[in-house]
Each structure stands twice: as C-alpha cells, then as structure tokens.
Design a protein around this ligand. Structure first.
Ligand code: ZN
Length: 78
C-alpha cells in the first residue's frame, strides 16, 4: 500500500471535487479519481490525471460553451 509523501500515512482511493485554477480562470472537476492521505488529508494526483486536467482545461478555454457552468460568489476580504 502506498504511503503519504508528507506524513507517511496510508493513501486511499477517493473521488473528489477538485478546483483547478488557471490564471484568473477556475475549472471545477467532479468525480476526479485521486489518492488521499487518511492521516493528513493531502490529495495526490497521478501524472495521467494532471495531464487530463491540463487537456480538459485547454478544451474549456477553447470552447467553454460545451461545458456545464455555474456562478460562484466572490468575496474580497480587505
Ligand atoms: Zn499525509
């Protein structure tokens, strides 16, 4: 079983919602397969997953209208 890079806790397979920031743009990925540390909660993305995120982000920027979108509140503090 794989261990966490930071705290050596055990990793478990999880599906999460991941917010990917790209400059001023934000893309929300749902049902993303990741490994998550059961101890500190750190999330690890495989190189394949990172590549997929980059590819999808490019696609969203090119033809955003093909994707579901939502409005998010923005709160400026200070
Ligand atoms: Zn950990």
């Amino acid at each position: 079983m794989k261990r966490c890079y930071f705290c050596k806790g055990f990793l478990s397979n999880e599906r999460i919602r991941h917010v990917h920031q790209w400059g001023e743009k934000i893309v929300l990925f749902e049902n993303l397969d990741v490994e998550k540390c059961t101890q500190c909660g750190e999330v690890f993305l495989s190189p394949e997953t990172l590549e997929m995120i980059d590819r999808k982000t490019d696609e969203v920027l090119l033809k955003g209208s093909d994707f579901k979108s939502m409005t998010i509140p923005v709160v400026a503090v200070g």
